[in-house]
Design a protein around this ligand. Sequence first.
Ligand code: FAD
Length: 293
Amino acid sequence: MYDINHLYEATSVEHAVQLRVEQPQAKIISGGSDILISIRAGDLAGCDLISLYGLDQLRGVSLDHDGTLRIGSLTSFTQLEEDGLIREHIPVLAESAGTVGGPQIRNIGTVGGNTCNGVTSADTAGTLLAHDAIMELTGSQGVRLVPLTEFYLGAKQVDLAPDEIATAILIRPDHYRGYFGAFFKYAMRDAMDIATSSCSVNVKLSPDKKTIEDARISYGVAGPVPLRTRTAEEAVRGKPVSMDTIEAFAAGALEDVNPRTSWRATREFRLHIQGELARRCLVESIRRAGGNV
Ligand SMILES: Cc1cc2nc3c(=O)[nH]c(=O)nc-3n(C[C@H](O)[C@H](O)[C@H](O)COP(=O)(O)OP(=O)(O)OC[C@H]3O[C@@H](n4cnc5c(N)ncnc54)[C@H](O)[C@@H]3O)c2cc1C
């Protein structure tokens, strides 16, 4: 059923890196929910695989001494959804993980796979992007940190060297403390569907809750890779919490997105829902931050 030539099973991060150097033709497999589909479809038939699945040290979420949230690359969507630190500090990330596929996919699929696949519809990628997440990559020369905003090079292309694996995703305290977020995924049905488009927003309000001190927004399926729309962010920074500000946010977002027509939806339809997603996510983020519109 699965045409796999050889499976190398990594027993440690060092061993995984060594296997990457010794077997440059081999593909990494974590949960396998993307790569096994490609093998079965014949696109990667006969390939060699390096499995990270046994690396339990890459599973789970922890808090570094400086308050940085460290999400192990093998953390599954279910773990992300249920994790106490994520629910306390970035509940919107738990919510976005909860929209992936169905329970079986959420149990097996990993956040490392959801970012390293370079796919624009990846549901956790947008929320990570909107929190200025950093990819921790480990290779033969040691650890390299790459902001997620720079990790995406093009459709299904990421900045991962041939000897590297993703070991963690980091979110610094100044990128989540004081921020409140909302995520909406527009799909044809509520489960087991890839996003027609998705949007993740988070805001920081002034102490009196009347001014937007900072806002960040990202989209899935608004271009070849998950993307931030900086025009929207700049349009509302320092502005009063009001309907005019929300409209300026949506208008700014539409200046930066560039969706395409596919069998799922036309470009025009995606543009329509992307404006609406910006509005809804911002209103909900403001509400969660204690503001009123
Ligand atoms: C039925 C079904 C429904 C789905 N629904 C959704 C959905 O709603 N939303 C969504 O976002 N996704 C969905 N997916 C896609 C998939 O579950 C995710 O993309 C998942 O996050 C991939 O993670 P994985 O561990 O299974 O990756 P794998 O299949 O193991 O790997 C995916 C890619 O990432 C690379 N990779 C994996 N881990 C690492 C690492 N640590 N370091 C470097 N490279 C790595 C692999 O080489 C491969 O190229 C669905 C898939 C299926 C089959």
